[in-house]
Ligand binder design. Structure first.
Ligand code: FAD
Ligand code: ZN
Length: 508
């Protein structure tokens, strides 16, 4: 049975702060183990921050923007999933590109390692130091510089929070081309540096396509100005792409220009219950062919994902329990046209039995409530203990295969859930146990990456490699590609001060 919530024209604004992650103070008993001990890492031969260095930083940034108080520094040392903990003694908060440039030139000369940090929502430990790297936080580089309402080109600083920028452009009838559960906290500079995917990649493409220009600072302090707002620019190498997804290892992103699509006048969200995973795929094929250009998201969640989320987050599902769920969204410019298309699709797929039950919403509050269930899954897992997060890409035919395989391998020791952006072939597999356990880690890794590699998938679809996966990157990149990555790193950061221990394994 389909229940149509409140149809009619609705210009939707996602105002909810779905996952606001406040950098709070930590009680010492809740501190995760130091990353260097947990993963047995040796400190590289970098300098150690001295009083004279702190004085220099204060001379360029002012006293307040050089944070050295231990309890104030602590949240910058711990990642969102509370898996990694670094030992930094200082956080710097530049406000301008010139300040970033001066800091890097100085650190490069003194061989002081630096860890760039945006909103610290990264899920692979890339955003926090491993040892005593200086944390470079962009939280004060948060100005919107310009918006061209005709072309949709937005220019802003790297530390702008994604949701704030989205709210800003929505006031000008545009939207940001990406959306993710961490939008209330993550920075656009962090998004570019991780090449974040998110919920609407299916419709608006990945960031390589939307990013028009970039300003970045190299390890030696040189400012690279590629901050153009042109849609087309074929003058030589596409240097901006070097910084997309390089996770702070090749340079620091300080400003960016991004193409914002038009705010959809009509938004529809459906939440459906399905019998099995095969039907999830069949429904996707049908949605693409019936809804074509208006389909903007197609997300899948298994029963266990939704059950745990409803329980832990105290949310209510608009439909009863089913083995699988699909959240489908359309973005269009004509409510009548879209409603007609969606209704035709729904009545067909109710008849075929692919959709067993569902609800469709066009009213902002209802849409938000449905998205909230999907977006709360990662935070809900965290409430049950320690979470191993995987974000792999797989051919659609094999998309869900690893979930039952892992359930069998782990038995009742762990909860294994599968959910994700099926439209992009990207599944999130979260494995939750009560506390971090090296034996469970050994059962999961490298097994999961070996299986992904056998299926010609990618060990990271969107979260990146960070600190947690350099030893597994070879499952998805061959030696020649890794060699070129190493050459680029040596060229752009010869002293290796930018985000060491991340992305590149030592043996390439
Ligand atoms: P951080 O976590 O601070 O940093 C990430 C990496 O980028 C680090 O290596 C850091 O050193 C580097 N970095 C940050 N800023 C800069 C800069 N200005 N210059 C150079 N390097 C920099 N990711 C997705 O792709 N899709 C999702 O759907 C998604 N959903 C999520 C949902 C939740 C609830 C959470 C907690 C995370 C989710 N993520 C998702 C992961 C994360 O939000 C993204 O990777 C995001 O892009 C990180 O942005 P950030 O500003 O928090 O960066
Ligand atoms: Zn995701």
């Amino acid at each position: 049975m389909i229940n149509m919530y409140n149809s009619g024209l609705s210009i939707v604004r996602y105002l909810a702060k779905s996952n606001i992650i406040v950098q709070g103070r930590y009680a010492s008993q809740a501190l995760p183990q130091l990353s260097s001990e947990k993963y047995d890492v040796k400190r590289k031969n970098f300098g150690t921050v001295q009083a004279a260095d702190i004085n220099y930083f204060k001379s360029i940034l002012s006293e307040q923007r050089v944070v050295t108080d231990e309890s104030d520094v602590l949240p910058f040392n711990i990642d969102w999933i509370k898996n990694c903990r670094g030992q930094s003694k200082v956080v710097l908060k530049p406000k301008t590109t010139e300040e970033v440039s001066k800091i890097l030139a100085y650190c490069n000369e003194k061989r002081l390692a630096v860890c760039p940090q945006g909103g610290n929502t990264g899920l692979v430990g890339g955003s926090v130091p491993v040892f005593d790297e200086i944390v470079l936080s962009f939280m004060l580089m948060n100005k919107i510089i310009s918006l061209d309402e005709i072309s949709g080109a937005l220019v802003c600083e790297a530390g702008c929070i994604l949701e704030n920028v989205d709210n800003y452009v929505r006031n000008h009838n545009l939207i940001m081309p990406l959306d993710l559960g961490a939008k209330g906290t993550c920075h656009v500079g962090g998004n570019v540096s991780t090449n974040a995917g998110g919920l609407r990649l299916l419709r608006y493409g990945n960031l390589h396509g939307s990013l028009l220009g970039i300003e970045a600072v190299k390890a030696d302090g040189t400012v690279i100005d590629c901050l153009r707002s042109l849609k087309k620019d074929n003058t030589g190498y596409h240097l901006k792409h070097l910084f997309v997804g390089s996770e702070g290892t090749l340079g620091i992103v300080t400003k960016l220009a991004i193409h914002c699509p038009v705010l959809p006048k009509a938004v529809t969200v459906g939440f459906f219950g399905l019998e099995n995973f095969d039907n999830v795929l069949k429904l996707f094929k049908s949605a693409k062919s019936s809804l074509g250009e208006i389909l903007s998201a197609y997300e899948m969640m298994d029963n266990e994902s939704i059950r745990g989320t409803l329980r832990n987050m105290k949310l209510t599902s608009p439909i009863p329990e089913y083995p699988f769920y699909v959240l489908m969204e359309t973005h269009g410019s004509d409510a009548d046209h879209d409603t007609e298309k969606v209704n035709r699709f729904l009545s067909k797929e109710m008849d075929t039995g692919l959709i067993l039950n569902g609800t469709v919403a066009t009213e902002p509050g209802k849409i938000q409530a449905i998205w909230k269930i999907r977006e709360s899954i990662p935070a809900a897992c965290m409430m049950d203990g320690y979470v191993f997060c995987y974000d792999v890409s797989l051919p659609l035919a094999n998309y869900y295969q690893l979930v039952p395989m892992l359930r069998e391998r782990l038995g009742s020791n762990a909860s294994v859930i599968g959910f994700g952006h099926i439209g992009d072939g990207n599944i999130h597999i979260n494995v939750t146990i009560s506390d971090f356990d090296k034996e469970v880690l050994g059962v999961l890794e490298p097994f999961i990456f070996e299986e992904v590699s056998k299926l010609q998938g990618s060990v990271s679809a969107e979260h990146g490699i960070g600190f947690r996966k350099p030893q597994y990157i070879h499952y998805s990149k061959d030696r020649s590609a890794l060699g070129l990555m190493r050459d680029l790193k040596t060229l752009m950061d010869p002293n290796g001060i930018l985000n060491p221990y991340k992305v590149l394994p030592d043996d390439v």
